[in-house]
Ligand binder design. Structure first.
Ligand SMILES: [Zn+2]
Length: 269
């Protein structure tokens, strides 16, 4: 591992290395900073961009992207960027008393509704809720979808989550991201990890960037409550506690928190 890391540094030019270092500080500067309401051709921190971004938010189940990133997704799409929610499965195991087929149908429709609220598009992978497989063919499937979508920014779940489907999507996406980087160096797409607290909790998560979602909380809540079969009245208050805590950490009322991968190109957030 050490040898691998050394070889990466050696193959970079000095300029690349300095840019990354300076950029790393810039990203950390977002922590606790004031997040502006954006406008067209800006990112959500107010930085001027020369293009429309595509953001793909991946999750182990319908509802995970909405709970972990709903405010951030709305902030992106409200200023004209494209949002895609990529679900590992259709939540087939998630409704007591319903067959997998019935539950999958209900939860697909809930996810589509949630995406409408967030002005995003839904895409479903072909895995089954609770039976996640991480193997060569699944790595290929996720890579091919992400390669086709060509996102500028990817969000995925933290690899130390208590639900195996969360860990599966995290691993599958991370592998795809590593492959995408090979063809898009120096750093596209950017990779962020998010946290959830909807009964399948993220553990050992120490964020390095925050987004103020205070004025978007009602949209996030609506998107989470679109998953009506998943007891949002029970689980949403837990996620709201997390938003308040992250808000306290970052100097606003409510925030979502993320970990940017150290090799990502900063500045697109
Ligand atoms: Zn989940």
């Amino acid at each position: 591992m050490v040898g691998e890391k050394t070889s990466i540094v050696k193959t970079r030019s000095r300029r690349d290395f300095i840019n990354k270092t300076i950029g790393g500080i810039a990203v950390m500067g977002v922590t606790g900073g004031r997040v502006m309401t954006g406008h067209s051709k800006q990112n959500i921190t107010g930085k001027t961009l020369n293009k429309k971004l595509k953001i793909v938010v991946t999750g182990g189940h319908p509802g995970d992207p909405e709970y972990g990133c709903g405010g951030t997704i709305a902030r992106y799409t409200d200023i004209g960027h494209e949002g895609v929610l990529l679900y590992l499965n259709r939540g087939e195991a998630g409704i007591n008393g319903k067959s997998a087929k019935e539950a999958g149908k209900i939860r697909t429709s809930e996810a589509i509704h949630a995406c409408e609220i967030l002005k995003a598009r839904s895409v479903f992978l072909t895995q089954i809720d609770g039976q996640s497989i991480v193997d060569a063919s699944r790595y290929k499937e996720v890579y091919e979808i992400l390669a086709e979508e060509q996102p500028d920014i990817i969000f995925t779940q933290w690899p130390v989550d208590n639900h195996p489907d969360h860990r599966a999507i995290s691993t599958l996406v991370y592998n795809a991201w590593l492959k995408l980087r090979e063809s898009n160096f120096p750093g596209k797409p950017v990779l962020y990890y998010y946290e959830v607290s909807n009964g399948e909790d993220t553990m050992m998560f120490s964020p390095n960037c925050y987004i103020d979602i205070t004025d978007l909380e009602s949209r996030k809540q609506k998107a989470c409550f679109a998953h009506a079969s998943q007891s949002p009245e029970k689980f949403y208050p837990l996620q709201e506690q997390v938003s308040k805590f992250r808000g306290l950490e970052s100097g606003c009322k409510l925030a979502e928190a993320f970990i940017i991968h150290a090799l990502s190109r900063p500045g697109l957030f």
